[in-house]
Design a protein around this ligand. Sequence first.
Ligand code: PMP
Length: 386
Amino acid sequence: MLDFEGLRTGAGIFDVLSRAQTLERQGKRVLHFEIGQPDFCTPECVKDVAKKALDENFTGYVSAQGILELKEAIQDEIEKTRGFCPLLNQILVVPGGNSAIFYMIRAASDNPLKEEVIHPNPGFPTYRAVVHYLNTGNISLPLKEENEFRLNPADVEEKISPKTKVIVLNSPQNPTGSVMKKEEIIRIAELAEENNVYLLSDEIYSKMTYDETFYSCSEHDECKERTVILDGFSKAYSMTGWRLGYVIGPERIIDRMGLLISMTVSCVNAFIQKAGAAALTMKEPQEELKRNMKAFRKRRDAIVDGLNSISGFSCLRPQGAFYVFPNIKDTGKTSKELADKLLEENGVACLPGTVFGDVGEGYLRFSYATSVDNINEAIESIKDSF
Ligand code: PMP
């Protein structure tokens, strides 16, 4: 039996956004830290390529796997960033990375009811929601603050069983911003190999790190045996609304995922794919990304220092993405109580850590995709009420 209530567990983020918007309609000023989307614009040259593709009537159905131009751009991108060139049959263009999580977990599974998926807790809610929906065993792995919220290979080893079908890795991570170390990732890739388990490596924030370098477990098997890389355009190129992403994986899994795409959306929007190829291959988007990351670093430092100056809060300085996950246990409030209070009394919209799993109790998530001025205003307002 499929469990639709399972899917509802993934919807907490949009719940806070809609409450914040209701307050705004009532005339209240709200500072937004809830949604994980860059506040920067899509690079102009990318928009121009999409406009041109429309003008040239590149508006029909295309291959369910993705257009050749984009798949070739992805081949070059993977060669540059992960050190190997995937076959065209190992690449699938998807309508946003989020959809690929459902497609991949479904495609990896032969008998969902008898299998288990291991995923991080706190973690991006779609993992848990999709696994729950498919009635597959939901094995969540606590990320510990003492370990800077990095997944610990020894904990993975403890949870692997003959039922394990997929291990989800996400580095840089949502919601904590943690970046795993190369040796930790290698150990998990070895565990996956020893136990014949698929690895879903959600690398959507791969281009968004600060001092730590990003490492991909795909180096281990070049996505030929068990690794499926999920990456996309939403975060690095400020393209959340374009709904475009891609996966690289073993041909068998990519073939199955392609069938799911074909039977649901038929294919990803033709002209959007041209824009995706431009985002990967043109110079300006990479330069904008560099500038944006400089701005994100300043914002990260402002929010981390600010949160640490509030009594009852303590916050690590994350190495990737654009999220912080402060510990608020000393405020004596639950995550939900505090997030509600901050929204209603301070006009600061952030998420209770529990949106990302029960291990998120005692934490809040702030997405710092907003100006340093807004960050400082929010901090001052919270500080005044403690
Ligand atoms: N994975 C993670 C970890 C994310 O945080 C997100 C977006 N918040 C996604 C995947 C999906 O991104 P999109 O569907 O916009 O490509």
